[in-house]
Write a protein that binds this ligand. Structure first.
Ligand code: NAD
Length: 280
C-alpha cells in the first residue's frame, strides 16, 4: 500500500470538526504523507443533490477516501460499489474508501463507539442499556451495544415514531426480544444498568439534561455522544454522583481510529489519537 493519502470530510458546518487534525497527526506518526481536507457544504454552497458530483470528483482527483457526515450519510449509499454489512443495516455510511476505482462504504460511528465503550467499560458489554435519542447517533450506539452482547437495549425518543423505526431496523439484525422502543424513560432506566445520551441536548446552545436529574443514579454507567463541550451537563452530573462515565469524545476518537485503519490499512494507535484529541 502507498505512503501518500488524500482524504476529506464532506458535510455541512464542519468548520470545528477535529477529524482532520486527528487523521493528519496519526498519519504523521506513521510517517505517511496524509492530507485531510474539509469539504464544507455550507462554505461551498453544496446541497444533497450535489453529492454525486462531489464523490465523482473526489475519485477523479485521486482521493483515497472520504468521511461523510450530516446531511450526506444516507444519500451517499446509492453512489457506492459496495457497502459493509453494518453500514447497510444502519442505512448510513460515514467512511468511503476509494481504491482501485471502487467506492466502498463503511460506518465507523457504531464500531468506533463500541471500541470506546469496550475500552472504558469492558465489564458492561452484556448490560441492559437505555439509549435516549433515536437519530443516526442513537441507532449507531444501539447497534454497537447489541453487537457486543447487551442483554437488552431500550430506545427512547420524544418522537416515538423515530424510536420505533430504530427498533424495527435493529430487529432485522438482532433478536427482537433484546430491543424495545419505550415511552416511559424512567421505567426503562429503573430496569437498566446504563444510560446513553444520543440527543443533541448538552451541546453548546442546547443546554440541559436529556433525562430528569433524579434518574441519574450512582449504580448506572452513563455515556454521552455529545462532545462540544467534552464535559456535558449529563457527564458532570453523573461523575458527581459517582457513576462511571464515557464522554462523547470516545465516539469521536473511536470513529477516527477505525476510519484511519480503513483508509490506510495500518493499525492506528487509539491511545495516541485519544491523547491528541484531548490536546485539541
Ligand atoms: P438527530 O437529530 O438525527 O437525532 C436526535 C434525536 O434525539 C431526534 O430523533 C430527537 O427527536 C431526539 N431527542 C431530542 N431531544 C430529546 C429528548 N429530550 N428526549 C428524547 N429524545 C430526544 O441527531 P444525530 O445525528 O443522531 O446526532 C445526535 C447528536 O449526536 C448530535 O447532536 C451530535 O452532537 C452527536 N454526535 C456525536 C458524534 C461523536 O463522534 N461523538 C457522532 C455523531 C453524532
Amino acid at each position: 500500500s502507498g505512503t501518500s493519502f488524500a482524504l476529506g470530510l464532506v458535510g455541512a458546518g464542519i468548520g470545528r470538526s477535529l477529524t482532520p487534525a486527528m487523521q493528519e497527526a496519526e498519519g504523521r506518526a506513521h510517517g505517511l504523507n496524509l492530507t485531510y481536507r474539509r469539504i464544507d457544504a455550507e462554505v461551498r454552497g453544496l446541497a444533497v443533490e450535489d453529492l454525486p458530483s462531489v464523490v465523482h470528483w473526489a475519485q477523479a482527483l485521486g482521493f483515497d477516501g472520504l468521511n461523510i457526515t450530516h446531511p450526506f450519510k444516507q444519500a451517499v449509499l446509492p453512489l457506492l460499489d459496495e457497502v459493509s454489512r453494518a453500514a447497510d443495516d444502519l442505512g448510513a455510511v460515514n467512511t468511503v474508501v476509494i481504491r482501485d476505482g471502487r467506492l466502498v462504504g463503511h460506518n465507523t460511528d457504531w464500531s468506533g463507539w463500541g471500541r470506546a465503550f469496550r475500552s472504558t467499560l469492558p465489564d458492561a458489554v452484556t448490560d441492559r442499556a437505555v439509549v435516549v435519542g433515536a437519530g443516526g447517533a442513537g441507532l449507531a450506539v444501539a447497534y454497537a451495544l447489541l453487537d457486543q452482547g447487551a442483554a437488552h437495549v431500550a430506545i427512547h425518543d420524544t418522537d416515538i415514531d423515530r424510536a420505533e423505526a430504530a427498533a424495527i431496523r435493529l430487529g432485522k439484525r438482532f433478536a427482537a426480544e433484546r430491543i424495545d422502543a419505550v415511552t416511559d424513560v424512567a421505567a426503562a432506566i429503573t430496569d437498566a444498568d446504563g444510560l446513553v445520551n444520543a440527543t443533541p441536548i448538552g451541546m453548546h446552545g442546547h443546554a440541559g439534561l436529556p433525562v430528569p436529574a433524579a434518574l441519574v443514579e450512582e449504580r448506572l454507567w452513563v455515556a454521552d455522544v455529545v462532545y462540544f463541550p467534552l464535559e456535558t451537563e449529563l457527564v458532570a452530573l453523573a461523575r458527581g454522583r459517582g457513576c462511571r462515565v464515557l464522554p462523547g469524545g470516545g465516539m469521536a476518537v473511536g470513529q477516527a481510529v477505525d476510519a484511519f485503519e480503513l483508509f490506510t490499512g495500518r493499525r492506528a494507535d487509539a491511545d495516541r489519537i485519544a491523547r491528541h484529541f484531548a490536546e485539541l
